[in-house]
Design a binder for this molecule. Sequence first.
Ligand code: PEP
Length: 253
Amino acid sequence: MGAGMRRKLAAGNWKMNGLLADLAQLDQLAKAPLPPHIDTLICPPATLIHPAIAQTRASALAIGAQDCHAQSAGAFTGDISALQLRDLGASAVILGHSERREGHGESDQLVAAKAHAAQAAGLCAIICLGETLAQRQAGDTLQVIGAQCAGSVPATLDPALLVLAYEPVWAIGSGLIPTLPQIAEVHSALRAALAARFGAEAAHTVRLLYGGSVKPDNAAEVFGVADVDGALVGGASLNAQDFSAIVQALAAA
Ligand code: PEP
């Protein structure tokens, strides 16, 4: 994962999908020439991280995780630490996805603690933020994103190992996406929040991804929005052909 210069990033989140047989999708992805000037990442379920890394070792495709614990080791049955993920060769971890905030009651404070743990282990922390439909309809989007950012992205994080993903909850898996000006408004607010937190220079190096129903047919227009440095892709990342099309759209943007 490139630091310093703001390389674009196409990241796939397989969620709780995929069996060993589905690693064939990675073969297909990794065999197609990946554009060298952008970063490409797949975050398969934890069960597939090790074989995925073994399988893609010779390619530029990076492998990441979808969550980690805030502690590096201990009596936490069923959990996985950032150190363990790094030990496998993972380079990044998605944190604070809305499905974890909602389904597992993850608070901003917990997401921040996990992000510290991830960075301490050398992983890039991909922190997700996003409003619900009710919050957007109430006109509270920027306030909600601002509060999530204040709580989940403390100034003690290292901006060199940080990616933010704006993922409106109502756009995830729904086929709906915000208008391009709505995406631009949130990304610009996030860039300003990062500048206030880390200084303008460091804030400029943090990739801001858009996530929520990115597909081959809408990727190019989303990637044309100012301050969109790539995408976090759920459903369309499960299919190598669809994800490749999104990667190519990002490379051309
Ligand atoms: C996600 O869950 O991170 C996501 C963006 O999902 P989808 O692309 O399926 O909307």
